[in-house]
Design a protein around this ligand. Structure first.
Ligand SMILES: [Zn+2]
Length: 227
């Protein structure tokens, strides 16, 4: 029987920060997938085949985790939880519908291609609707990149000030790869912009949610370097 207990600091973050932002937030294992995640995971797998083993997916207040999640170190689970909580924080700001559209644009426009089936009897409009299939291509997704920038800035906070990493280049390179490779369907190929955005410390420190994360680290003696 796998243990499903969060490590102490991650549990504390869940109780003190996450639940205040999203009171019904729950964590479920991908090995027992159900509901919406069971529905979307085959689609994600088309471009990200390790989504069940190596990625955390948060959908409308449920964080789906790989089965080894609970064996991670406290620092690692805290980092993941704080990143995913950022998505919940943004979902609260925009509302679920707008948040989902921002995250899925422009690929979400491909659903208009379904209209081509309906309009085929009414002249050449169906061709236009069918064109919306182009949106399924790995076109840049600025909204998704923006929301993940907010997420990966949490990883930056944890590594830069939590662990006291003074050379952030390797981490920044790794985060940037997530933006340019298939992990998030090639969401943003412009590496220089990503690196600059993720490492903009002034803007990181001025963000309301980030302030809560830094405060949590400070109150629990988890800061190696004072931001
Ligand atoms: Zn994320």
């Amino acid at each position: 029987m796998e243990s499903k207990k969060l490590k102490p600091n991650a549990q504390k973050f869940l109780d003190e920060v996450t639940k205040k932002i999203s009171p019904n937030f729950t964590i479920k294992s991908k090995s027992e997938k159900s509901g919406l995640y069971a529905l979307v995971s085959p689609i994600i797998k088309i471009f990200n085949k390790d989504v069940d083993e190596n990625y955390i997916t948060v959908l409308f207040g449920t964080m789906w985790v790989p089965s080894d999640f609970y064996e991670r170190t406290d620092g690692s689970s805290l980092q993941i939880l704080a990143h995913e909580t950022r998505h919940e924080y943004d979902r609260r700001i925009y509302g679920s519908v707008l948040f989902s559209l921002i995250y899925l644009f422009p690929q979400v426009l491909s659903i208009f291609s379904l209209l081509s089936v309906l309009s085929i009897w009414f002249g050449p409009m169906w061709l236009l609707w069918l064109l919306s299939l182009i949106c399924l291509a790995p076109l840049p997704a600025p909204g998704r990149a923006y929301l993940e920038r907010n997420g990966y800035r949490i990883n930056y906070i944890m590594e830069r000030w939590g662990y006291g990493n003074t050379n952030m280049k390797p981490s920044l390179d790794w985060y940037t790869e997530q933006f340019t490779n298939s992990s998030y369907y090639y969401m943003f190929p412009f590496k220089n912009i990503v690196v600059k955005q993720l490492g903009d410390e002034e803007s990181i420190k001025n963000d309301e949610y980030n302030k809560q994360v830094i405060e949590f680290l400070r109150n629990n003696n988890l800061l190696s370097i004072n931001p």
